[in-house]
Design a protein around this ligand. Structure first.
Ligand SMILES: Cc1cc2nc3c(=O)[nH]c(=O)nc-3n(C[C@H](O)[C@H](O)[C@H](O)COP(=O)(O)O)c2cc1C
Length: 175
């Protein structure tokens, strides 16, 4: 199988990471993978905010998430990964959510290609689009008029998981 098909087949969500930081070259590869993703009308509106796992901002987001949900999970939303990427898009552009989804999957596949783990993160959407949205948008350096779309954390895997199973019969119609 070629490299791309291999990465698609082998990628699975990683929910435990070692302390090892990503190298600048790995960061660069992941960011380029996100920005090389296609966007509607080649608008290239997706912005990526890179946050180090040690940044207290992540703890603030975690705290707020837990206040909103009323639950305090045993692990934080980014599973102590060394780096978290927040993708934001132009709120006025109708394709921003889809474009961010394509970009984040490009990043997940690039992480797999580098032998890294990743987890796509949607659970902070309530916090980052709720009452404190503008406060967090400023802290995360979202461009003016941008809103949170999706996040992804990446790092070295401390635990693996098999890719999810699926049924062609349940999800495909050949007409
Ligand atoms: C839009 C989206 C949001 C997600 N949000 C979270 C999340 O907040 N936390 C988490 O642990 N996993 C999250 N995931 C990962 C999914 O749970 C995971 O992809 C799914 O269970 C299938 O497992 P796999 O990725 O290992 O194939 C998200 C995935 C997607 C596509």
């Amino acid at each position: 199988m070629n490299d791309i098909l291999n990465a698609i087949a082998l990628r699975s969500t990683t929910r435990a990471y070692t302390d090892e930081a990503l190298t600048e070259a790995e960061l660069d590869t992941l960011l380029k993978a996100g920005l090389q993703a296609p966007t509607a009308a080649n608008r290239q509106e997706i912005h990526i905010s890179v946050v180090d796992g040690s940044n207290p901002l992540l703890a603030e987001i975690e705290k707020e998430k837990n206040v909103l949900s009323g639950v305090e999970p045993p692990v934080n939303f980014y599973y102590n990964a060394p780096t978290v990427f927040f993708l934001s898009g132009d709120s006025a552009f109708p394709w921003s959510a889809l474009d961010a989804g394509i970009a984040v999957e490009n990043m997940a596949l690039a992480a797999e290609g580098l032998g890294l783990g990743s987890v796509i993160i949607g659970c902070v959407k309530g916090v980052l689009t709720g009452a404190k949205a503008s406060e967090f948008a400023q802290a995360l350096h979202f461009p003016e008029g941008y809103t949170f779309e999706i996040a992804i954390a990446a790092g070295h895997k401390a635990a693996g998981k098999d890719p999810h199973e699926y049924s062609m019969d349940d999800h495909v119609s050949r007409i």
